[in-house]
Design a protein around this ligand. Structure first.
Ligand SMILES: Cc1ncc(C[n+]2csc(CCOP(=O)(O)OP(=O)(O)O)c2C)c(N)n1
Ligand SMILES: [Mg+2]
Length: 309
């Protein structure tokens, strides 16, 4: 969680300096979910995420260097500098993006889950998306198919209460989104996302169910983003009191206090912080010094060659 937090704080700083272009959506406040989910996944599993994708990529094992270089638009980045913040990708680790079209990637996740089942493999797909996805057509299509064919997929809605500046109560007639699971013939679950142990146990149940042939699960995790929707959002639609209240449940503070309560020395945790600082400083330096994305590769990697589709 500390790697994600420091990575994104440094990303924000470099965005302000003009070193990073395009959009930048930070995951700060939601880190426990990515850590918990990757703890219960194994090699060969697939992961999909929205444009708020740095955290899960790092949790899955992508190096901070490859991530930071991608943000800087460098050839050494995880998508060779062509994807930027919203399109991290790491095929080797089964991290299949980083998607910018709200709700669109749920269908892709149903696709990899179908492939696993069809080929008799025991891999599981985990698909993250925001509360803003739940009334999009792609959500309905993917959930229907997954429920019908009992696909090995876990849909995780990270309900951070807002879709850009719109609070959920203005777009959803339901408060408890997890009851939607029933309509798609799958198990539903709903819990708070600030305690990494709780999140790990609950996502773990859903992943085990999917892997053992028990079908898909729809999970709603209640969480909160501490920064604006993206770097250009001053977040005027919420009060400072609300934000400060939510910060009381910062997943990093929660786990720190828990560990200290269990007898872990504060100095040991401070050492981890220092190690992380060094890792992130090295990542920024690496990104700065790397060569920019190669124009000559643009047509062959981003665009399909003429005549092919
Ligand atoms: C189909 C589609 N419509 C609109 C947008 C513009 N848009 C980008 S992010 C966003 C809000 C999504 O909010 P949510 O799903 O709650 O995710 P969060 O940003 O909170 O993680 C919108 C409407 C988009 N990218 N795709
Ligand atoms: Mg949201």
């Amino acid at each position: 969680m500390m790697v994600m937090r420091r990575f994104e704080e440094e990303a924000a700083r470099n965005y302000a300096k003009g070193k990073i272009g395009g959009f930048l959506h930070l995951y700060i406040g939601q880190e426990a979910i990515a850590v918990a989910a990757t703890e219960v996944l194994t090699e060969g599993d697939y992961i999909f995420q929205t444009y708020r994708d740095h955290g899960i990529a790092l949790a899955r094992g992508m190096s901070a260097k490859a991530g930071m270089a991608e943000l800087f638009g460098k050839d050494t980045g995880c998508s060779r500098g062509f994807g930027g913040s919203m399109h991290f990708f790491d095929v080797e680790r089964g991290f299949l993006g980083g998607w910018a079209i709200v709700g669109g990637h749920l269908a892709l996740a149903a696709g990899t889950a179908f492939k696993s089942k069809y080929a008799g493999e025991d891999s599981v797909t985990v698909c993250f998306f925001g509360d803003g996805s739940i009334n999009i057509g792609g959500f309905h299509e993917a959930m229907s198919l997954a429920g019908l064919w009992k696909l090995p997929v876990v849909f995780i809605c990270e309900n951070n209460q807002y879709a850009m500046g719109t609070p959920l109560e203005r777009t959803s007639p339901l408060k408890d989104l997890s009851i939607k699971a029933k309509g798609y013939g799958m198990v539903g679950d709903r819990f708070d996302g600030h305690d990494v142990e709780v999140v790990q146990a609950r996502i773990g149940e859903a992943v085990d169910r999917a892997r053992s042939g028990g079908g898909p699960t729809f999970i709603e995790v209640l969480t909160y983003r501490f920064r604006g929707h993206s770097m250009s959002d001053p977040a005027k639609y919420r009060t400072t009191t609300e934000l400060e209240q939510r910060k009381q449940q910062d997943p990093i503070t929660v786990v720190r206090e828990k560990l200290i309560g269990l007898g872990v020395q504060e100095s040991a945790l401070d050492d981890i912080d220092l190690e992380v600082d060094e890792e992130i400083d090295a990542a920024v330096q690496f990104a700065e010094e790397s060569e920019p994305a190669r124009e000559d590769l643009m047509m062959s990697t981003v665009m399909a060659p003429e005549g092919e589709s």
